[in-house]
Design a protein around this ligand. Structure first.
Ligand SMILES: [Zn+2]
Length: 274
């Protein structure tokens, strides 16, 4: 069985809410304003109890593309805990792609689940993926830590090691026997390869909006956004061109390029300028 996704859960909540609402109306009389108010407050209360934020319309639920169940036994070994960082990745698949987004997603998921040359990751590695038309697809359940071919550095290691001219960490490879430092990351991967090219404007725009939304949802700041190459050794992910667009080319003190400014603006809109 697939993991329950947020949108399905919300449907369940709505169904439950409407059932309760129907019962309240049936028992108390539909025309009474007082009773309608009671029904309305019941809905508000139940929605508040659901404890989950609704995904925006641009987010495609997992159920719309995944036909394969994740390996829950494997995933449960790496709980994600509280989300403390957002990290941005690329899938390193062709761009532009001759394969449509859903087939590509299924292919990536299959590789991540059954890759005989490396670790089996139980499910698609990332929590969200940005498709060629700018839609955001739900991937692995964020309650489980992401997977990647690298071990993420700890906060202290990030701070201790400067980045090189390509924005890559100069830290030495962490001890892979230590507990997974990838915990606490919400990973968003852009479908494609971006060493020599940028994703389209709609992809970048929606990525920036989505990052801002998730920063707000998890009560994080712009400083909690990282790029894979900054936090793990031996990777150029998410591609030089995309990285430069976000961070800017001076790289001094991780200078901010247009991408970070887009996220900042979106975040300011969401938080009323704060
Ligand atoms: Zn990556």
């Amino acid at each position: 069985m697939n993991l329950p996704d947020t949108i399905t859960d919300h449907r369940k909540n709505w169904k439950w809410t409407l059932m309760v609402q129907g019962t309240v109306w049936k028992c108390t009389g539909y025309n009474s304003i007082l009773h309608q108010a009671v029904a309305f407050l019941t809905i508000v209360f139940l929605l508040a109890c659901s404890g989950e934020a609704a995904e925006p319309d641009t987010v495609v639920p997992r159920s719309a593309w995944s036909v394969v169940a994740p390996d829950e036994t494997l995933l449960k070994k790496k709980p994600n805990g509280r989300i403390r960082y957002i990290s941005i990745h690329q899938t390193e698949t062709p761009f532009p792609d001759t394969v449509d987004d859903i087939r590509r997603l299924r292919g990536i998921q299959n590789w991540h689940q059954t890759n005989s040359a490396g670790p089996k990751w139980g499910d698609i590695a990332y929590h969200y993926l940005v498709a060629s038309d700018g839609r955001i697809f739900q991937g692995r359940d964020p309650k489980y830590a992401a997977s990647s071919g690298t071990v993420y550095l700890t906060q202290a290691q990030w701070e201790a090691a400067p980045l090189n001219k390509n924005g890559q960490t100069t830290a030495s490879k962490p001890d892979v026997s230590k507990p997974g430092a990838s915990e606490g990351h919400l990973t968003i991967s852009v479908i494609g390869s971006f060493n020599d090219q940028l994703p389209s404007e709609v992809m970048r725009r929606n990525l920036a909006k989505f990052v801002a939304l998730k920063l707000k949802e998890h009560q994080l700041t712009i400083d909690d956004v990282y790029f894979h190459r900054e936090i793990a050794c031996w990777t150029d992910c998410p591609g030089q061109e995309l990285y430069d667009w976000f961070r800017g080319v001076s790289r001094e003190l991780r200078a901010r390029g247009p991408g970070m400014n887009w996220i900042k603006k979106e975040l300011a809109v969401l938080t009323g300028g704060n």
